[in-house]
Design a protein around this ligand. Structure first.
Ligand SMILES: Nc1ncnc2c1ncn2[C@@H]1O[C@H](COP(=O)(O)OP(=O)(O)OP(=O)(O)O)[C@@H](O)[C@H]1O
Ligand SMILES: [Mg+2]
Length: 119
């Protein structure tokens, strides 16, 4: 099992979510974050007062998937988050030790497999 942690532009998220759901990967968490990549801040001015902005809003998408699903999930994010401009984001792939479904106490990859109640 791996956690895919992707920092993407907000505008790309709807398409990513829909495609992952179509592929049988609907389970995810998202949060609004602020962050910076390699570039420094940029300067904005408001009525003559200049401020340097270091942190820009991004969407963080987190999903824990079975090893067999990692590459296809990453491919979807890569395809749909990519514009070619700086700030397209980053994807981190992190090992996950175990997963527990609270309702049943089940553990491991079965917890991430598709679910009979999922309609
Ligand atoms: N090393 C990192 N650790 C944690 N978060 C990161 C890291 N790099 C990027 N991020 C997150 O990803 C967001 C997008 O990063 P960004 O796309 O600007 O990366 P970059 O390396 O500067 O690439 P680019 O040259 O395309 O801008 C950041 O705003 C931040 O939230
Ligand atoms: Mg950047």
């Amino acid at each position: 099992m791996k956690k895919i942690e992707a920092f993407v532009r907000h505008e790309s998220f709807d398409a990513i979510r829909a495609r992952l759901a179509d592929m049988g990967l609907p389970s995810m968490s998202i949060s609004e974050v602020k962050g910076s990549g390699r570039q420094g801040g940029y300067t904005e001015s408001y009525r003559g007062a200049k401020t340097t902005i270091f942190m820009r809003p991004k969407l963080k998408l987190e999903m824990v998937v079975n090893d067999a699903d990692v590459e296809r999930a990453v491919d979807v994010i890569l395809e749909l988050a990519h514009t070619g401009e700086p700030g397209d984001g980053k994807i981190f792939i992190i090992p996950v030790e175990d997963t527990v479904r609270v309702r049943t106490g089940e553990r491991g990859e079965i917890v991430l497999a598709s679910h009979p109640d999922d309609a």
